[in-house]
Every structure is written in structure tokens, then in C-alpha cells.
Design a binder for this molecule. Structure first.
Ligand code: ZN
Ligand code: ZN
Length: 749
């Protein structure tokens, strides 16, 4: 019987494909984790060997041999492959697509998995003995320099001294020097690990660092610290012994380009090799970083969501900063959560994990309160002259006249802070000029032709723009319905507030931070620098302002509309809203001045808002947890949402209804027999739907949802698998698109 190779391919089919080994290559060379080139239909594809077997269901004559073996050694070790398999199974995503979405682009394209090499030049025995070279003074100087480096010197360092490569080769021809090849990124660091002194810790920080350093094996810490309480310093001191042991550390952060300070602090602190994985890297740099982590040459890997798939030679600790952040969840394709995967991987590697946050997710908080995680709290800001975060004040605007969204009492506070030479930060959760364009004569609203959504009015460049499908239109001058010219903006976006504030405070510099104003990394750096350099000034923006920036001169934070998120149909909206408001508020009073935080609201009696303002996020979150428990919602039960869309509503509805009927016996089976006791009942599965998605029509497709909710993971995943088996053989299901979202971040998408 011939050996059959199982090959994962980058195709959206939930299958692994059988191929015969390459006829002229030894079988043992065609190992798990090696890349191969195969023909697939009419195409040539790069695949990865993920299994060996003795026989195939397909007749041997029909199985093609692989065309090329691309790797002499596997690029993926069995441990990494096992992780990817687990990820594909957990998220019910095809293995091939999962594997290929985790690989650096150059490896997907079939480039060699070789690190760039450096030439390291060193003196030979003869080169150390020779006493003079009177005829070639330049070569003599070069030789003398190399003698001072017993471990050798990279070619780049030699040319930086003004020497030519011809001189190197002439000395080599004389047998005085030689070179060896080494990967460019190496972990070898001579001298002490600490490149700068550690900061003095508060008693709370000291205790946190000690607990983490004492951890053995897999142990999760939730480091809950108010903004400015010095979480980063705790990470830095907790991981020092890990680096000193020669182990590697993975640090996941929400967005590197938005929070360059964190990266700089890691770089400044340690004299070790650190790689940062961010969107600004070239494909080659990304591959180099990946390979360096894999061979253990990168001591610290800092990256965003996808860095969780980095292979490590010797992982010693995982840190997830701002663990509650939305960016850790991928919302399309492989819908994974980087925090949850990192926890799983750390458990396998038996290493400690630090989850850091000022506003922990309810998932992590629940585990901490149940003592599955060790809860470490930082309640104070270091140094007594730094005030604690100021309380949130509600400003009732129900009976107040607004000028472009600003009430008079708020404008007066702005005047005071700006006159005192301070900076003010204004948070608006909508970009663009106005979230809608309306006709005052007939009430017409500019709506997206493809979605159940209004078009946002943008001023620069002038256009109507749908933020859901990217449709853009010219701004009309007359109402298409009644031809009136009485068209007006409805609501406020960042551009409209900017225009108003510039008119009101013509002398005061204003920096706007949102996706339109700061589309590139460079523009963000310029804006942040401008903020650091200016005295009095106005910072205006969206969530981008809330993310970890340090604005020492900001003394007033104003939220124009605190009510968004209070009355959403999404059960996580309150949690996210509480986190966002707390983070925005945390920007105030971070240096030596006390701050002030004002939230404009039309619901000053709202219980949730009052609790957040009076007792803070920590209390607010614990109360939300009680609510979730009563309603059997995550994190107390597990949730999965099937998102489906098609050209007509009927099409999607029919397929999902038939699927729901097919799943009924599975769901019944989880509930036990009729006289089952309440315990078994509680473990049952709950199916909800199909029903239209909150925004039913998007990009001219009709979206529906079907929910499965369960107290136990196993029956939930079995039922999801059954649904996919059913849909794959269902004829009409081929005309719709569908995907399961396991542990969804929100229920809207
Ligand atoms: Zn009209
Ligand atoms: Zn649209």
C-alpha cells in the first residue's frame, strides 16, 4: 500500500486533501509540517502536510502525487499544528483556511523559510599572530579592529567603520581572517539585561509583581488597575526573571500604532532582542520576526491580535494588555479571539498569563471573582502628587438649548479650562460631519441604497458615505423627494464639532483624532507630537482618543453624548459603553493637575449611568455580572451565533428554518427525559431564531441570525457541527453565505 499524504490547502472547503508522496524523494523527508506544491483542479497551490495515512477512500489511480516538496525541514512543529487544529475545531472553521491565515505571507507564497543571514568576520590563528603589514596599511587597520572582537563582527558594522568588502576578501585570501553565516536577528546579548533602572513600586505593585514571579506553570492573573496605576511597570518587572532564564515572552496589545508608548517602554527597559509585529512591517520583516520567534532568537514578541499565532521555541510568559479590547476579536473569516486562544496556548505550554485592564471584560472578571484567576488590583496611581482619576459628573441637557451639540454649562467649563492654559478633550463617538442629512420640508433622510442605514455626511472631501458598505455619493443640493433646498445635517460628528469649536476658539489649536483625520501611522505621530508640544488646546475625536495615550495637560474631558449604548439591543452594549466612558475619563488629570469629567446626558436618572458615575466601573461591572447570571447570558452560558445572508429574505429564512427543524432532536436530546431533574434541564441547549439581524439589509444582502445558547460547551459544539454537516449537503444553502461566530463579541454583526 502506498503512503498517502494529507495536505491542508488554502481553500474555503472543510476538507483535507489526499496526495501521493513525491516519487523521487524519500518518504521520511515528506514530514508533517512541510510545505508542498500540488495541482488542485486547474490551479497550482501551496499546501502543508498535516497527516500521513496508509489508505485513502479515493482509488489510488485517481490520487495525484505532489509536485514539489518545498521544505527540507518542517516549518511547523507538531505542537504548533496541534494548536491550529484546536483553533479550527473550536471556531468550526476549515483547517486549511485556518492554517494559512496564521502563516506569514511569504511562506504562503512558497518563499524559503530561511532567515536572512549575516556574515560574521573573525581573525584566524594566523591573523592573531602576524605582527605587521607595512605594504597594506588599510588592511592592517581592519585586521587590528577585528582582533578586538574575539566573537567576530557583522559585515554591516565593519562597513560602518569605512572598510570595503574587497579588503575583507583580500585578508581572507591571505588566510588572516574568515567569516561564518548567522541569522540577522539573534538573541545573544552581551552585558546586563536591564538597559535602564526599574521604577520604584507602590506596595500594591510590589505585591502584584511578587505574586506573578512566584507562579509555577499555568496560572492566570487578572491585573485590574485604574488608568495610570502603572500596569506596564508591573509587566516589565514581572517578566524580567523570565527573560533572565532565557525564555520568551509574548505581549499582545490592542493597536501598536495607536499606543507607541508601551512598545517604547519595553524597548528602553531591556537589552534583549524584541520584535514588534504591526501593520507597518514589510512581508520580509514579518517573516524574519516569525522565524526569530520560532528559533528562540526573539526574546520579546509584541504584537496585535494575529501575533497569537507566532510559534515560540521556549515560551515563558504571556501578557495581554487591555484584555477587554474589541480588536482582539476578529469579526470575519476565522472569527477567533486572541485572548482566549492565548489562554489556551499558555495552558498547553504551562506558563503564566497576565491579563491587564483598567476595565476588565465580564468574562475575565467572572473568572477572577470565582478564583479561577488570581485577582491583583492596583487602586492607586504611583506618587502621591498624581491625583486619582476624577469622578464622572452627569450634565442633564434635557431642558438645555444645544449649540452644535454643546450645552452652555459645558461651554463655560471649556472656557475656564482653556483660559487657564490647559487642554480639553472632547469625545464624540461619530466621525464625519453629521450622522445624517435631512430635508426640513418633507422629513426625507439620506439613506444608503444598499443598506438599512443612513448615509453619514462628510465635509472633507464632501460626500455622503455609508460606513457599513462604503457606498459613496455626492451631497445633493436639493431634496430628491420634494426638491426643496432646505437640507440640513442631523446630529453631530467630529467634523461638525471641529468647525464649531474653531469658530468659537479661533486662537486655540485644535487636533482632531479619528479614522478620517488620522488615516496613517505617520499622521497619528504628527498629531500626538502636536498635542505634546502645545499648551492650551482642544483634542477632539472618537474612540481613538480613549486608547492608552498619555495627555498630561488634559484637565477636562467632555463626552458630548453619554447615552449611546445605554439602550442598545446588544446585551454587551452596556459593558462596552461602561468600559469606553471609563477609559475616556481616565485621560483627565494624569499629570499633576486634578481633572474634571463631564458627561452630557438626556437620561440623568438612568440606573446604569448613575452607578457608573457614582461607584466606578469596578462596581458597575460586578452588578452587570449579576444581571447576566440571572438572564443566563455569557459569561454564565456559552453563546454562538450563525450569521447567514442571501439575495432575498425568503431564501435565507427557508434554509435556516429547515436547519432549525433538523437540529431540534439534538436540542431535545440535551434536555434529558421529561422527568429529568432541574440540573439536567439547566444544562440544556436553547435555540433562538432564525430572525432578521439588527441591520437586516447590508450591501444589498439580507442578513439573519440563529442563536444557540448552552450551559455546557460540548453539546453546543456538537450541535454546531451537526448544523454545518446539514448545511453542506443542503442544495439551497449553496446560494447563501453563512458562518458561525463562537463567543461573539457583539450580536449586531
Ligand atoms: Zn424634501
Ligand atoms: Zn450601505
Amino acid at each position: 500500500m502506498p503512503l498517502i499524504l494529507e495536505v491542508a490547502l488554502p481553500v474555503p472547503l472543510d476538507a483535507i486533501f489526499d496526495y501521493l508522496p513525491h516519487p523521487h524523494t524519500a518518504h521520511f523527508r515528506q514530514a508533517l509540517g512541510c510545505r508542498v506544491q500540488v495541482s488542485f483542479g486547474q490551479r497550482k497551490l501551496i499546501g502543508v502536510i498535516v497527516g500521513h495515512k496508509q489508505a485513502s477512500d479515493i482509488s489510488p489511480a485517481k490520487i495525484k502525487p505532489i509536485e514539489h516538496l518545498l521544505d527540507l525541514d518542517p516549518i511547523l512543529d507538531p505542537g504548533w499544528l496541534a494548536k491550529i487544529r484546536w483553533c479550527a475545531r473550536y471556531y468550526h472553521h476549515p483547517l486549511g483556511d485556518t492554517l494559512f491565515s496564521c502563516l506569514p505571507t511569504l511562506l504562503k507564497k512558497g518563499e524559503p523559510a530561511d532567515a536572512l543571514q549575516d556574515q560574521i568576520w573573525f581573525t584566524t590563528y594566523l591573523g592573531q599572530q602576524i605582527e605587521a603589514m607595512p605594504k597594506t596599511p588599510a588592511q592592517w587597520r581592519l585586521l587590528q579592529m577585528l582582533r578586538q572582537h574575539p566573537h567576530g563582527l557583522e559585515v554591516s558594522a565593519i562597513s560602518a567603520q569605512g572598510f570595503q568588502s574587497t579588503q575583507l576578501h583580500k585578508l581572507r585570501d591571505k588566510g588572516l581572517i574568515d567569516y561564518r553565516q548567522e541569522p540577522k536577528l539573534t538573541a545573544q546579548v552581551s552585558g546586563p539585561l536591564l538597559a535602564e533602572a526599574e521604577l520604584v513600586l507602590t506596595p500594591e505593585q510590589t505585591s502584584a509583581v511578587q505574586h506573578i514571579q512566584q507562579a509555577q506553570g499555568f496560572h492566570v492573573f487578572l491585573l485590574e488597575g485604574v488608568t495610570g496605576s502603572g500596569k506596564t511597570e508591573v509587566y516589565l518587572q514581572a517578566l524580567r526573571p523570565v527573560l533572565a532564564r532565557g525564555q520568551q515572552v509574548l505581549v499582545l496589545v490592542p493597536e501598536i500604532s495607536l499606543t507607541p508608548q508601551t512598545l517604547h517602554r519595553f524597548r528602553r527597559r531591556f537589552a534583549c532582542s524584541l520584535v514588534a509585529l504591526h501593520s507597518g512591517l514589510s512581508e520580509r520583516e514579518r517573516l524574519e520576526a516569525w522565524l526569530a520567534a520560532k528559533r528562540g532568537a526573539a526574546a520579546i514578541v509584541i504584537g496585535t491580535r494575529s501575533a497569537v499565532f507566532t510559534p515560540f521555541a521556549n515560551l515563558g510568559m504571556v501578557i495581554i494588555d487591555e484584555e477587554q479590547d474589541a480588536s482582539f476579536k476578529q469579526m470575519e473569516g476565522l472569527r477567533y479571539h486572541a485572548r482566549d486562544l492565548a489562554l489556551k496556548y499558555a495552558q498547553e505550554a504551562q506558563v503564566p498569563v497576565i491579563l491587564g485592564s483598567a476595565t476588565p471584560s465580564l468574562e475575565s472578571l467572572r473568572h477572577a471573582l470565582a478564583q479561577h484567576y488570581q485577582h491583583l488590583q492596583l487602586t492607586q496611581r504611583p506618587q502621591t502628587n498624581k491625583p486619582t482619576p476624577p469622578p464622572l459628573q452627569l450634565l442633564d441637557i434635557r431642558s438645555l438649548k444645544l449649540q452644535e451639540g454643546f450645552s452652555l454649562p459645558l461651554l463655560k467649563r471649556l472656557d475656564t479650562h482653556l483660559q487657564a492654559g490647559n487642554q480639553v478633550l472632547i469625545f464624540i463617538n461619530r466621525r464625519g460631519f453629521a450622522p445624517a442629512l435631512t430635508c426640513y420640508t418633507c422629513g426625507w433622510l439620506a439613506e444608503c441604497p444598499q443598506c438599512d442605514a443612513r448615509m453619514t455626511w462628510h465635509k472633507e472631501p464632501p460626500r455622503l458615505h455609508c460606513h457599513h458598505c462604503d457606498t459613496q455619493q455626492a451631497v445633493m443640493l436639493t431634496c430628491p423627494h420634494c426638491q426643496s433646498e432646505d437640507l440640513h445635517p442631523l446630529g453631530w460628528g467630529t467634523q461638525r464639532s471641529e468647525a464649531f469649536l474653531q469658530q468659537r476658539y479661533p486662537e486655540i489649536p485644535l487636533v482632531r483624532l479619528d479614522r478620517d483625520a488620522v488615516s496613517t501611522h505617520k499622521r497619528l505621530q504628527t498629531s500626538l507630537q502636536q498635542i505634546q508640544q502645545m499648551q492650551a488646546g482642544i483634542l477632539l475625536g472618537t474612540q481613538m482618543l480613549a486608547k492608552g495615550h498619555h495627555f498630561p495637560r488634559v484637565t477636562l474631558v467632555a463626552v458630548l453624548d453619554a447615552d449611546t449604548g445605554l439602550y442598545s439591543s446588544d446585551f454587551r452594549a452596556l459593558e462596552h459603553s461602561g468600559q469606553l466612558l471609563t477609559q475616556v475619563a481616565g485621560r483627565a488629570g494624569r499629570a499633576h493637575q486634578a481633572g474634571e469629567v463631564i458627561l452630557q446626558t438626556r437620561h440623568p436618572d438612568d440606573t446604569n449611568l448613575l452607578e457608573l458615575c457614582q461607584h466606578g466601573y469596578s462596581y458597575f461591572a460586578r452588578r452587570l455580572l449579576e444581571e447576566r447570571e440571572q438572564l443566563s447570558l455569557p459569561p454564565y452560558e456559552y453563546l454562538a451565533i450563525l450569521h447567514a445572508s442571501g439575495k432575498t429574505r425568503e431564501q435565507v429564512h427557508q434554509v435556516l428554518t429547515e436547519m432549525a427543524a433538523h437540529l431540534h432532536p439534538y436540542i431535545q436530546a440535551t434536555r434529558g427525559v421529561e422527568e429529568a431533574d432541574s440540573l439536567i434541564q439547566a444544562q440544556g441547549l436553547n435555540a433562538i431564531g432564525p430572525f432578521p439581524a439588527p441591520m437586516e439589509r447590508r450591501k444589498n444582502r439580507y442578513h439573519m441570525q440563529f442563536w444557540l445558547q448552552a450551559a455546557q460547551r460540548a453539546p453546543l459544539h456538537e450541535t454546531i457541527a451537526a448544523s454545518l454537516r446539514y448545511l453542506r449537503q443542503h442544495k439551497q444553502a449553496r446560494t447563501i453565505r453563512y458562518a458561525w461566530d463562537i463567543d461573539p463579541w457583539d450580536t449586531l454583526g
